[in-house]
Design a protein around this ligand. Structure first.
Ligand code: AMP
Ligand code: MG
Length: 489
């Protein structure tokens, strides 16, 4: 790894230097070749294992924990910070730099009452989902590796510690801006410094002046909208959309009790602690806006309110347009690029209605989200019959929807090519919670990570038929349905 240290060198006062503490008997549980390429690495080796398990210093690393705050479940916590994630610096790759962080690297000044560790099950889940979402083109932080150990840690019972090696284009969160707005040392100098750094690093097409600040916030609103559109389209529930878990570059970030939907359910809650369903699957678009409003509030010392409000107003249309375009690709609804603006807007409204009717049917019939879409992509669109019809209780409701759908799809000259395209947008294999759970149990009980590796490899090619792996595409068994994860990670 070749590091630069821009955050560390330019943002004194925005972090505390802290050295990670090694874990005993470190061993690779997982490694991502794709993530490794991003920072110019090839294969894992023993020296890297020692460095990434914090048992040896990584040459060129600085080791620090960032300070930030955030709104957690609607309430403001004035100081959070990296309680168990220690950043080594920005590793230089062929197409840009990536922060390298050891999540679970030991206590920091921000650990509060925590031990600074991550348990194996949560480290494995973060590793798997980062790479799985990337393969589905969802904007996300990445995971280079997950390293197991025999270090005991206590949660509800004794477990073992692990480290996820996270790669992120940025670790700057909405909560960073909140901290430097509301803390005593705060606004506006530190806010301006943080914003200028963010612009230089991640928005290099924008300069550091007030017109650019305004444009920058528009881009933050849009990239957040786009990220959440992706979540809704693939059926991803984040579970803990606190503002400290929202990345300023619009990447999915800080995975905890997340889930990919099995059965489609708007109200699905994956987080055991989320009693009111604040972060339920169907609430995510609204919470995205709520979080952006908290960010906007924190920016009022340096960006005029009118500009912030104008940008926020672009959130909903931007989210809808991204979502509709992702769903059009899944369902095979093509659009005529010659349509005028008004006609396009009208078409978007109609398509959104058609898509919503479809998901309502899935919900009413308790159908699997990804498998149903995959099935839809296999239909002979010219025929009156769709195999999904057999899954419906209310067949006449489906028939009338299908008629409208067929009319919207229109004539398809080459059905096989049309189906092939659908397969490129509707994954056959997703990271179902029960699959992650099975991989974790094998590691826990048999020290066997082969299922983890198998799953990871499978999920890097989620759209390809892999017949020998068909069992991984099944709906969960009874024990694995609607698994709700605890926050204790
Ligand atoms: P999260 O819910 O993972 O986003 O974490 C919220 C806050 O709690 C962040 O400041 C984390 O760094 C901190 N935190 C979570 N788990 C631990 C832990 N085991 N030890 C120390 N801090 C933690
Ligand atoms: Mg967090």
């Amino acid at each position: 790894m070749r590091f630069k240290q821009d955050f560390f060198e330019q943002l004194d006062g925005f972090y505390t230097q802290v050295y990670p503490q090694g874990i005993s008997n470190p061993h690779w549980l997982g490694w991502s070749d794709d993530a490794a390429q991003l920072i110019g690495l090839e294969k894992p080796n023993d020296a890297l294992l020692m460095q990434l398990s914090a048992n040896a210093a990584a040459p060129g690393a600085s080791y620090y924990a960032q300070v930030y705050s955030g709104h957690q479940f609607g309430g403001y916590t004035p100081r959070l910070g990296d309680g168990r994630s220690i950043i080594l610096g920005e590793a230089i790759g062929p197409n840009g730099a990536w922060d390298v962080a050891l999540k679970g690297g030991g206590p920091t000044p921000y650990s509060r009452h925590g031990d600074g560790r991550a348990v194996m099950r949560s480290a494995v889940r973060e590793f798997l989902v980062s790479e799985a979402l990337a393969a589905l083109s969802v904007p996300t932080s990445r995971a280079l590796a997950v390293i197991g150990s025999d270090l005991p840690v206590w949660r509800e019972s004794q477990e073992t510690a692990a480290i996820t090696v996270r790669l992120a284009k940025s670790h700057i969160r909405f909560g960073h801006f909140e901290y430097f707005c509301y803390s005593e040392k705060g606004a506006p100098d530190k806010l301006t410094q943080l914003l200028n750094f963010t612009l230089a690093q991640h928005f290099p097409h924008l300069s550091a002046d007030s017109a650019s600040y305004k444009q920058w916030f528009v881009e933050v609103v849009q990239s957040t909208a786009k990220m959440i559109a992706h979540w809704q389209a693939v059926g991803f529930a984040h579970g803990v959309m606190n503002t400290d878990n929202m990345s300023i570059v619009g990447d999915t970030f800080d995975f905890g009790p997340f889930a990919l939907l099995d059965t489609f359910k708007e109200g699905f809650i994956c987080n055991h602690s989320d009693h009111d369903g604040r972060y339920a699957f169907g609430q995510q678009p609204g919470i995205g806006l709520w979080n952006l409003k908290r960010l906007a509030q924190a920016l009022t010392p340096i960006i005029p309110s009118d500009d912030l409000i104008a940008a926020l107003n672009r959130y909903q249309p931007s989210l809808v347009s991204h979502y509709v375009s992702l769903m059009r690709a899944k369902l095979g609804l093509s659009i005529d690029s010659d349509l005028g603006r008004a006609a396009q807007a009208e078409r978007e409204k109609q398509d959104l209605a058609l898509i919503s009717q479809f998901t309502v049917m899935l919900e009413n019939n308790q159908l699997d989200y990804s498998n149903s879409l995959r099935k839809m992509g296999k239909i002979d669109i010219s025929s009156q019959y769709s195999s999904l019809r057999d899954d419906m209780l209310n067949v006449s409701e489906f028939d009338s929807w299908y008629q409208a759908y067929q009319a919207r799809v229109g004539d398809v000259a080459d059905v096989a090519a049309w189906q092939q395209q659908r397969n490129q947008h509707n994954p056959k294999y997703i990271l179902r919670n029960y699959l992650a759970q099975e991989a974790i149990i094998d590691i826990e009980e048999k020290a066997d990570n082969s299922k983890l590796i198998q799953l990871q490899q499978l999920l890097t090619r989620p759209y390809d038929e892999q017949p020998e792996m068909d069992h991984f595409a099944k709906r969960p068994p009874d024990w694995g349905q609607g698994l709700v994860m605890s926050c204790s990670s």
